[in-house]
Ligand binder design. Structure first.
Ligand code: SF4
Ligand code: FES
Length: 258
C-alpha cells in the first residue's frame, strides 16, 4: 500500500543565503553586511526570509512591513541593488547565489533596513494630498459625479502606495534630497487631474521652485521600478507642461495694459 501524500512535506524546501546590511547609528561605526542561511519553501519571499531570520537566528534584525501583499508600501528595500518590495519578491526569481538586502538608498538609515521617512512625508504633505472640492455640496445635494473618462485622467496615479522605490531609484533625488521627487508628483497629479478638485493652483505653486518639477532630468527609471505601474515619470512630464503653461499665463496677466 502506498503512503498517503502529506501536502506540507511535498512543498519543496530550499536553503538561501542573504547578505543583509546591518547598522545601528550611535553603536556601529559604519554599516556592515551580516550573512544568514535560511531554509524555507522554495517559493518564499524576501520578507518571509527576513521574518525567519528574526524569529530563529537574530531577533535584533530591524525592517518595516505590514500588509505582506504589496499594498501598504512599507517593505521597500534594495534587493540585489534594485529597489523592490520585499513582500512581493520571490527568492526563486532572483539569480542564483547570495541575495544582497540593503535599506532603500538615498535615505538616512534609522536602523538596519529601516530608513527615515520624515522628509518624504513632508514632500507628500506639501502637495495637499487630498481633494479640495471645487464646489461645496451638502449631503442632501448628492455626490460629485464623474464620467469614466474624467476618472481615467487620474486613476493610475491613485494607485501610488507611497513605497518610495521611485525615490531610491532617482539619481536627481540622490544628488539633491530637497528635490520634490516622483512620488509626490504622482500624488499631486492624482488630485490636480481630478475633475472634482479645485486646488490645482495651490499645488502648482509648490512645484515651480528650484527643487520642484524642473529639477527632474527625465531619466525615467522611477517608472521602471514602480511596483504599481503608477508611471510617476508621466506625472512629472504632465506637470512640467502645466508649470510652463501656468508661468506663461501669469506672465500674460502681469503684462495686461492698465
Ligand atoms: S509612484 Fe510608484 S514607486 Fe513611487 S511611491 Fe508611488 S507606488 Fe511607490
Ligand atoms: S508589507 Fe506592505 S507592501 Fe510589503
Amino acid at each position: 500500500m502506498s503512503e498517503p501524500v502529506n501536502a506540507e512535506s511535498a512543498v519543496l524546501q530550499k536553503t538561501f543565503e542573504l547578505r543583509i546590511l546591518r547598522y545601528t547609528p550611535g553603536r556601529d561605526e559604519e554599516p556592515a553586511f551580516g550573512s544568514f542561511q535560511v531554509t524555507g519553501a522554495e517559493g518564499m519571499t524576501v520578507l518571509e526570509a527576513l521574518q525567519t531570520i528574526k524569529d530563529t537566528l537574530d531577533g535584533t534584525l530591524s525592517y518595516r512591513w505590514s500588509c505582506r501583499m504589496a499594498v501598504c508600501g512599507s517593505c521597500g528595500m534594495m534587493i540585489n541593488g534594485t529597489p523592490r518590495l520585499a513582500c512581493s519578491t520571490l527568492l526563486r526569481d532572483l539569480p542564483p547565489g547570495p541575495v544582497t538586502v540593503e535599506p532603500l538608498q538615498n535615505f538616512p538609515i534609522e536602523r538596519d533596513l529601516v530608513i527615515s521617512v520624515d522628509a518624504f512625508v513632508k514632500k507628500i504633505e506639501s502637495v495637499y494630498p487630498y481633494l479640495i472640492p471645487k464646489e461645496q455640496k451638502t449631503v442632501a445635494e448628492g455626490p460629485h459625479l464623474q464620467t469614466p473618462a474624467q476618472m481615467a485622467a487620474y486613476e493610475s496615479f491613485s494607485d501610488c502606495i507611497n513605497c518610495m522605490l521611485c525615490y531610491a531609484a532617482c539619481p536627481q533625488f540622490g544628488e539633491n534630497p530637497d528635490f520634490i521627487g516622483p512620488g509626490a508628483m504622482a500624488m499631486l497629479q492624482r488630485y490636480n487631474g481630478d475633475s472634482r478638485d479645485g486646488g490645482r493652483q495651490k499645488r502648482l505653486d509648490t512645484i515651480h521652485g528650484e527643487d520642484g518639477v524642473w529639477s527632474c532630468t527625465a531619466v525615467g527609471i522611477c517608472s521602471e521600478v514602480c511596483p504599481k505601474q503608477v508611471d510617476p515619470a508621466n506625472a512629472v512630464n504632465q506637470n512640467k507642461t502645466n508649470s510652463a503653461f501656468d508661468f506663461f499665463l501669469r506672465f500674460l496677466r502681469t503684462e495686461q495694459p492698465q
